[in-house]
Ligand binder design. Structure first.
Ligand code: KG4
Ligand code: ZN
Length: 347
């Protein structure tokens, strides 16, 4: 029997303020995480007029939302005195936003004499798969080596995981992240922020075969990505048009999405083959994309391996995933992250 840990997790790295209360047990062999409370406030409406996240506005909103959400937690019966650990995101992200969560967590931990742990936001995305349906029903030692694909607004990377607590980055983006490319192309199409989900919606109405956009890096024998050339190709295509009908916009969205997903899926397929992947993990904001999920699910099915993808609301930034990563971190005996905001922290 492994010890049960009660964790309060706080996330404020970008434009979501979130608290989670979890109970974790099972150790590395069979981690089991029960989510007792999960609160998320999004600042989308605040940043939308600016077409992207404004760091100082994000800070102001977090400063308002943190005590507000904490009081809401307490109203639900949460008692900090019953916690074993306070976990907080220290990076990567927007530093003014990160600091608000760190300072809040530090004050709480000091007042109630609780241990505090800094968490890497990307480890949070990675371990969000522990909340997938598949993770609840599988025995972990059978799944490794696994291949992980993290696709968010700031990162795109392929990982080889020899075990639950270890990984190696085998490829990443050389320029824009997949989510960033979605957001930028969405702006070119005058869609509101955040562009990813809006572009996906529009793509459903379009014909992907109408335009042949490039598949950047597809023929390189590595696992790196590059999406800025694809964005430029979309820009040139739009500039060439005299008038842009709604149909044409939908076709651009569909063709762009097909190009992005094609590259992500093919590189993942090659990584699975090259490393003998026994499981596939997908995480990050772009993991909310239906077409990407479906194609990777089909790939995993073809390879007869399990596919782990977090459920809704666990793809985009949230504190539950920070709590899950904190639990794994306590088991892997790795050096702790300093309790200060690090906007460029790597995985
Ligand atoms: O992981 P996340 O919430 O924040 C970062 O850590 O970056 O990811 C946000 C990103 C944004 O770029 C957003 O447009 C994208 O994920 N995204 C999507 C979808 N939902 C969110 N991109 C494509 N399709 C979606 N359904
Ligand atoms: Zn994120």
């Amino acid at each position: 029997m492994t010890e049960t840990k009660k964790i309060l997790a706080i996330e404020s790295s970008c434009d979501e303020t979130s608290f989670a209360v979890l109970e974790a047990s099972g150790g590395l062999a069979a981690p089991k995480i029960t989510l007792l409370h999960h609160l998320i406030t999004s600042q989308i409406a605040v940043h939308r007029p600016f077409g992207g996240v404004v760091p100082n506005l994000a800070k102001r909103e977090h400063l308002k939302n943190l005590p507000f959400l904490y009081n809401e937690l307490r109203a639900k019966g949460f008692d900090i005195r019953t916690m074993d650990l306070v976990a907080v995101t220290v990076g990567p992200g927007l530093e003014p936003a990160l600091w608000t969560g760190i300072n809040f967590a530090k004050a709480l931990a000091a007042a109630y004499k609780k241990p505090i742990l800094g968490v890497n936001h990307l480890e949070g995305h990675l371990y969000s798969f522990l909340f997938s349906d598949a993770a609840q029903t599988r025995s972990f030692p059978l799944l490794f080596p696994a291949i992980g694909l993290i696709v968010s607004g700031g990162h795109t990377m392929l990982l080889r995981m020899p075990s639950l607590e270890t990984w190696k980055i085998i490829g990443s983006t050389l320029d824009d992240a997949a989510g960033e490319a979605y957001d930028k192309v969405a702006r070119l199409l005058s869609l509101p922020y955040p562009g990813g989900p809006e572009l996906e919606k529009l793509a459903k109405k379009g014909n992907a075969a109408a335009i042949a956009f490039p598949r950047p890096m597809l023929n390189r024998k590595n696992y790196d990505f590059s999406f800025s050339g694809l964005k430029t190709a979309v820009l040139y295509h739009l500039k060439k048009q005299e008038k842009l009908s709604a149909r044409m916009k939908a076709d651009v969205a569909a063709a762009f999405q097909e190009a992005v997903i094609d590259v992500l899926v093919k590189k993942t397929e090659r990584a699975l083959a090259a490393y003998g992947g026994k499981a596939l993990i997908l995480a990050g904001g772009v993991a909310g994309n239906r077409s990407l999920r479906n194609e990777l699910a089909a790939l995993a099915k073809k390879e007869h391996i399990p596919f782990f993808v977090p459920g809704n609301a666990m793809n985009t930034d949230n504190a539950a995933m920070i709590g899950a990563a904190a639990y794994i971190h306590t088991l892997r005996r790795k050096r702790s992250y300093p309790l200060k905001a690090n906007g460029n922290l790597s995985l």
